[in-house]
Design a protein around this ligand. Structure first.
Ligand code: ADP
Ligand code: MG
Length: 615
């Protein structure tokens, strides 16, 4: 997989660098830390920048800084490159800062393996290294607390692969990447403060946070084991015919709508599985763990309002990620191919075959090739469902709170009042069984307000005062009494593969690539503002940056080439990122980002307003 090298992509970076795998063969982090961010000193016309650096790291950063006291701010750029620090670590100024108000400079601190002294057994798998890096970067963030100029991206409750810290599996070295607002007196360099930050504070961070001997070894181990158990649990689901698992004792409610830490206090009801759905799974560290297995098929969560239905669904939604010890959801997992859907009126839809759900619209448009700049609640949800299946989703999660009612249900009375030929919508209740039977796509629906799904559900779980019980038998008995409702469809016909036109996914604005995240909600990608508010499984604002970089990577490396269907391009993306997403995405740009899944990346593609799909 190579970019059509040294073409547009190469020129953009001011040279002939290849972003293909060949140029990135090394481990994440490690010796390659210097390879990112373009030419080391930004000199135009220099031919030998890139993979081969003529000189090793320079020495004497502190002395060099002192010579810059009071100099023009722009002279910080002369420091770009690698510096050997007295403690044995390397400090690299990856990208300078043109003026005091520009985005912070990028700094990488590389700690060689012997200095980091990480236990070799914690380095042996990608999962362990991800967990370890996550632990280290949290300690680093703690160590720089109060230093407003230094921005260490530590993340929240999820343990994501992030660019801010990586651990090499080859030599056990650690690379911390951070933003540093380089200090100035107005537009003059404040060298004394710069020296304090770079030559005293950062070495102190290494000393306190990035060396194993300085850490709480038991806490490190617990962190890594927690993540490893979570991964093992998720990996065990498919073999047991499950799509999700919620451990007994798990704490699902969060502190508030804006605080993702676990709810605390006497009112919290820990999860307790109903006997009929109880399974026990053996984990490498925790041993046998018991909880509710959510089976493949059509699952319904019912119960009165405020009884904990949505909270359960949200826990499954985020069960695609691993959680930190103490989160309460460490042992709540769902399959990697789980996608949460919701209605999203106003979104754009580009050439999706939604005819299974929407047909004979009043304006006569062809819904097997449906586009709109302004979807309704129901058409947006229908499109999102088809797009998720197109991208490879195997489990769909839907909550009545955020679903379009008319896409979900139409009861017998409404069927008699409104003739089918006047109603464009076919409710999901009529295709949901076929989705599983014919396409292997399971569902978990929260639906407290309509009994029509009782007929099509394989399992019905009732939440009552936050306690689940299996009411499948009772639901079957109730559903055996006919309501007079008739099915409006026999099956779900499948999805049509679409081919994105890469020319419509341009990250460049006036010759420079522009990728920016506004919280978890908006990705600025070139000229496009991509609204991601409805993409609810984005767990971290930095994942939005990751999505932007993944999109640019797909275009630059020709994964999207105007011939390849989106799903195949996503397969290739997964391959490129398989050895750890950090390396290839850092090759696009040195930024704080967290790795996204293919589904969030696809969701972003589908929401680019100028996107053109070929079919
Ligand atoms: P529903 O979807 O059934 O209407 P929610 O899941 O929105 O209910 O939960 C209603 C409230 O109960 C929320 O404030 C939520 O935080 C709280 N809650 C949910 N589960 C629990 C629990 N296990 N223990 C304590 N409070 C909970
Ligand atoms: Mg709810």
């Amino acid at each position: 997989m190579r970019e059509q090298s040294s073409g547009a992509g190469g020129q953009r970076r001011g040279g002939g660098r290849s972003y293909g795998r060949g140029g990135h063969g090394g481990p994440r982090g490690g010796q390659r830390a210097h390879g990112h961010g373009g030419p080391p000193r930004g000199r135009p016309g220099r031919a030998d920048h890139g993979e081969h650096r003529p000189h090793g790291p320079r020495t004497g950063l502190a002395a060099e800084l002192r010579t810059l006291e009071g100099a023009q701010y722009g002279r910080y750029k002369g420091l770009v490159g690698r510096w050997e620090m007295p403690g044995g670590e390397t400090l690299e100024l990856v990208r300078g800062q043109s003026d005091p108000y520009a985005p912070p400079a990028r700094v990488a601190v590389h700690v060689p393996g012997p200095l980091a002294a990480l236990p070799p057994e914690l380095l042996t798998t990608a999962t362990r290294r991800r967990a370890l890096a996550s632990y280290l970067v949290r300690q680093a963030a703690r160590a720089v607390r109060g230093e407003r100029a230094l921005r260490v991206d530590a993340g929240g409750q999820e343990v994501l692969e992030r660019s801010s810290c990586t651990v090499s599996g080859e030599d056990g070295s650690v690379t911390l990447r951070l933003g540093a607002a380089l200090p100035g007196h107005g537009r003059r360099i404040d060298a004394r403060e710069a020296e304090r930050l770079l030559c005293r504070v950062l070495p102190g961070v290494v000393e306190q946070a990035l060396r194993h001997p300085a850490l709480d070894a038991a806490a490190v181990e617990r962190f890594v084991e927690t993540v490893e158990d979570s991964v093992a649990l998720r990996d065990a689901l498919a073999g047991r015919g499950l799509v999700g698992f919620v451990a007994d004792g798990a704490v699902l409610p969060r502190r508030s709508g804006v605080d993702d830490r676990p709810a605390a206090g006497g009112g919290v009801v820990p999860f307790a599985s109903p006997a009929d759905l109880r399974v026990t799974i053996e984990l490498p560290h925790a041993g046998p763990v018991t909880g509710m297995g959510v089976p493949e098929g059509v699952n319904l969560v019912v119960g009165g309002g405020f009884h904990g239905k949505s909270t359960l669904l949200r826990a499954l939604e985020t069960g695609i990620w691993d959680h930190v010890p103490g989160d309460g959801r460490e042992l709540v997992v769902s399959r990697n191919e789980t996608v949460k859907l919701r209605a999203e009126d106003g979104r754009r839809v580009e050439r999706v075959d939604v005819h299974a759900f929407v047909d004979h619209l009043p304006d006569g448009s062809d819904t097997s090739d449906f586009s709109t700049e302004n979807a309704s609640g129901s058409t947006s949800q229908a499109a999102s469902l088809c797009e998720a299946v197109e991208a490879g989703a195997r489990v769909l999660l839907i909550d009545e709170d955020t679903a379009a009612t008319n896409l979900m249900i139409r009861d017998a009375r409404m069927q008699s009042l409104v003739a089918k030929d006047r109603e464009p919508l076919t409710p999901l209740v009529d295709t949901i069984r076929s989705l599983h039977r014919d396409h292997g796509v399971s569902t978990v629906l929260v639906m407290g307000g309509s009994g029509d799904y009782l007929e099509v559900a394989d399992r019905v779980v009732m939440m009552d005062a936050y306690r689940p019980s299996d009411v499948t038998e009772r639901a079957r008995a109730i559903a055996a009494v006919p309501t007079g409702r008739h099915a409006e469809a026999e099956s779900f016909p499948g999805v049509v593969a679409r081919v994105p036109d890469p020319a419509s996914l341009d990250a460049e604005v006036r010759g420079r690539s522009r990728i920016r995240a506004r919280g978890e909600d908006v990705l600025t990608f070139g000229d496009h503002e991509v609204d991601l508010r409805a993409v609810e499984q984005i767990a971290d604002p930095r994942q939005v940056t990751g999505i932007g970089l993944a999109l640019e990577l797909m275009v630059r490396r020709g994964l999207l080439d105007g011939r390849r269907p989106l799903a195949e391009a996503l397969d290739l993306l997964d391959e490129v990122l398989a050895d750890g997403p950090t390396g290839p995405l850092l090759g696009i740009r040195d930024e704080d980002f967290a790795a996204p899944r293919r589904f969030e990346t696809a969701a972003a593609v589908n929401r680019v307003r100028g996107l053109r799909m070929l079919r």
